[in-house]
Write a protein that binds this ligand. Structure first.
Ligand SMILES: N[C@@H](CCC(=O)N[C@@H](CS)C(=O)NCC(=O)O)C(=O)O
Length: 204
């Protein structure tokens, strides 16, 4: 059965569009309006958060951007967008998928909302420590990209991480750094990037 992507062109769903270009696969794209179509009872059955993106593959419904991207990369593993299961780089790949979707997303959101005052005691129970910890870990990891996060292999993790950085730089929500600039320069060489940049320019 054909894949269906419920998304909105002004959302993080554009990250999946970028991955689909890299994969070179067909996927039906269903544009869902904010506030209305995303909140219908029918839509909430697919994603109780009433958010995009959502990928439907037959009977399987996947929400959460990171899960959608990881799922597609593995489903079409022959396209080489995820390290093989027995490749040690798979560990690095997982680290980036989870880092960008968990600690980094939370740290960046808290900062955007001004939730930055963290006591030493609170820091031990906050998954990302504090913003500086998360930022330092991020740029340290990026400084090891050669040229991509998993070495020579460009993966779905690069799509997620680079898209997040392009977005946050555009919105002034992350401080640039030589490691960030070098990494994004590497990623920008991908032929798919030009197409993504086009989607992205509409996305806010
Ligand atoms: N954790 C979710 C976040 C999804 C999300 O926040 N999507 C936004 C668009 S970027 C949305 O659909 N917002 C609509 C709403 O909350 O009403 C993911 O990674 O997929």
């Amino acid at each position: 059965m054909a894949l269906k992507l419920y998304t909105n062109s002004f959302s993080r769903g554009v990250v999946v569009d970028w991955l689909l270009i890299e994969l070179g696969i067909e996927c039906e794209r269903i544009e869902v309006a904010f506030q209305t179509e995303m909140k219908t009872a029918e839509y909430l059955k697919m994603n109780p958060f009433g958010k995009v993106p959502v990928l439907v593959d037959g009977d399987v419904v996947i929400y959460e951007l990171g899960a959608v991207c990881a799922y597609l990369a593995d489903k079409f593993s022959e396209k080489g967008l995820s390290p093989a299961f027995d490749d040690p780089q798979r560990g690095v790949y997982y680290r980036w998928l989870f880092f960008i979707s968990g600690p980094w997303e939370a740290a960046a959101t808290d900062r955007m909302l001004g939730l930055t005052e963290v006591t030493a005691e609170q820091k031990t129970s906050i998954g990302y420590g504090d913003y500086d910890d998360a930022y330092n870990a991020f740029v340290l990891g990026l400084s090891e990209a050669a040229p991509y996060l998993c070495g020579e292999q460009f993966t779905a993790a690069d799509v997620l991480v680079a898209a997040m950085l392009f977005w946050q730089l555009k919105m002034g929500e992350v401080q640039s750094h030589p490691a960030i600039e070098r990494y994004l320069q590497n990623v920008s060489q991908r032929p798919s990037y030009a197409k993504f940049a086009e989607f992205f320019s509409h996305a806010g």
